[in-house]
Design a protein around this ligand. Structure first.
Ligand code: NAX
Ligand code: K
Length: 498
């Protein structure tokens, strides 16, 4: 099943259409009820727990007051209601104010002296228009120091639902442990700062019919998007069936980078794997003797899927190898130094755009160089930056980072796996190697990018679950974990198909 992500403008449109056919206030009723149930689940069995509800001036505050009214029957509910600039509340929020006022919830301006058992964040939702300031900012500052669960309604207050940026300058946002989001899921909960601030995300559709939803702005990437490429191996398979991959890079002093990529390609199923060194490199890899080491200058680039860039350097030989790779018809994964060489050369850019058949895997700095912008501008709207990279270079773009964004043509996906353990040297080389391996096994570019990114993150998640990281997780540990995850996926999806 696909997991769609909608922009704020789309959510507003769906809401308008749905509300037009319903009694006033029904959607807020449903949101309040669903959020109260979610809060009750977080509190677990029992009664009388201290729940702090922060309600803002708009309808997000209305949702929070509905939750307060529901929970007050069983818990000790304290409400801090920020009324804002004096604008009249909407009909449904006015009703929620009445309901909460008639309940046993206590209204106050001051934070309770003891930390509560649960905080409900209903300060601001999709109507946030500027950075948090004044009392709202003070409240967020304080609750961000609490150790208790924090349930954000719709989104953590202070976050931009479209981009996952904390609304700034000098912004602040609620660090929620859980977010219950209404009508549809939003990209900003899954990329940029979103994963840090939203915690575990649950989506409630408020019983709005699917016909009222437009095509999604983006999809959350899950194995369902590439499951059709997962194949159990036939009994009569041989190494020729699963393609050749060559990792091209490894300038003097940088030979580890292509070796990591090569191991990743090997452990995720490529039939034959080469490391093709720009400068004279090692004769073989004693840890991974299956990898065949070659000099890039003499390698026939037409015979393998090419992963260009790991440790490639910026020498004239590197440029020569890149040009020769572009002249081949092989599918390309372009990473690291190869991206920087391209960013500095209009000629290479033109050749890349003309040839196509490539996945680009920049981190935000490499993306900024390719697009001629700054890292903050790339990060301010990662979906737009990935889309622009894909369009400008006629490629599948993989903009790495928390919530990696994958874009091609009109399609945009936000990856759902990975953790901070990946923030260490060499993990990019492993990602490029996995993408190259899937391409070599016949996966189309889009699916190889989606699958490679998902597997890479899932491998890191698996290691962390087993106590290996996030601190001290090393890139070299990822290929074995990726192998385990890939085999599990194949078993699961092959069974579903049979
Ligand atoms: N749209 C819908 O159909 C539904 C909306 N619901 C809730 O309604 C929310 C959207 O409601 P609103 O459009 O009223 O927007 P919000 O409640 O997010 O906030 C808007 C209010 O906050 C003020 N404001 C914005 N930024 C501020 C800042 N930095 N400092 C101080 N005040 C600021 C605005 O002037 C306005 O009064 C959603 O996020 C969701 O929680 C739910 O009830 C479900 C149904
Ligand atoms: K909120």
């Amino acid at each position: 099943m696909q997991h769609p992500l909608f922009s704020v403008a789309q959510i507003r449109g769906i809401e308008r259409t749905a509300a037009a056919g319903l009694e006033p206030g029904i959607l807020m009723d449903r949101a309040g009820r669903a959020a109260a149930d979610h809060a009750a689940d977080l509190l677990g069995p029992g009664t009388g727990r201290a729940v702090l509800v922060l309600a803002g001036p708009g309808n997000n505050g209305g949702d929070a007051l509905e939750v307060a009214a529901h929970l007050a029957a069983r818990e000790q509910v304290t409400v801090i209601h920020l009324r804002g600039d004096g604008a009249q509340p909407s009909f449904e929020t006015a009703r929620a104010i009445e309901r909460a006022g008639a309940s046993s919830a206590t209204f106050t301006d001051a934070l309770p002296s003891a930390e509560p058992d649960l905080v409900i964040d209903g300060l601001f939702g999709i109507g946030l228009t500027r950075p948090l300031e004044g009392r709202g900012r003070e409240l967020v500052d304080t609750i961000n120091e609490y150790g208790c669960p924090v349930l954000a309604l719709d989104l953590p207050s202070g976050l931009d639902a479209d981009t996952g940026a904390v609304v700034g300058p000098d912004g602040i946002a609620v660090r929620a442990s859980h977010t219950i989001t209404f009508i549809g899921d939003k990209p900003g909960l899954h990329t940029n700062e979103g994963r840090e601030y939203a915690g575990q995300v649950a989506v409630v559709g408020l019983d709005i019919s699917q016909d009222q939803f437009p095509p999604a702005t983006a999809l959350l990437s899950t194995p369902d998007l590439f499951a059709h490429c997962l194949r159990a191996r036939g009994q009569n398979a041989n190494k020729g069936t699963f393609g050749n991959v060559a990792i091209v890079g490894g300038a003097h002093g940088m030979t580890g980078a292509p070796m990591l990529g090569a191991r990743a390609a090997l452990f995720t199923g490529a039939g034959r794997v080469f490391a093709a060194f720009v400068d004279p490199g090692p004769a073989y890899d004693s840890t991974q003797p299956e990898v065949m080491c070659r000099l890039a200058g003499g390698f026939d680039f037409g015979t393998a899927t090419l992963v260009l860039g790991p440790g490639m350097g910026h020498s004239p030989d590197a440029v020569r190898d890149l040009l020769r790779a572009f002249e081949s018809a092989s599918p390309l994964v372009i990473d690291a130094d190869a991206l920087n060489l391209i960013a500095n050369s209009p000629d290479l850019q033109q050749r890349l755009t003309q040839r196509g058949n490539a996945i680009l895997t920049p981190h935000p700095l490499e993306a900024a160089r390719l697009l001629g912008m700054t890292v903050p501008i790339v990060q301010a709207d990662r979906l737009a930056a990935a889309h622009e990279l894909a369009a400008r270079f006629n490629a599948v773009a993989v903009l790495k980072g928390s919530g990696t964004v994958i874009a091609h043509g009109d399609q945009v996906a936000v990856n759902s796996t990975g953790n901070p353990g990946l923030a260490t040297a060499g993990t990019g080389d492993v990602l490029a190697g996995i993408c190259g391996s899937l391409l070599a096994q016949g996966w189309p570019l889009w699916e190889a990018a989606l699958g490679g990114v998902w597997l890479h993150g899932a491998a890191a998640d698996r290691l962390v679950r087993r106590g290996i990281g996030p601190i001290g997780l090393t890139a070299g540990e990822l290929p074995l974990a990726a192998r385990a995850v890939l085999n599990e996926l194949v078993r699961r999806y092959a069974r579903r198909r049979s």
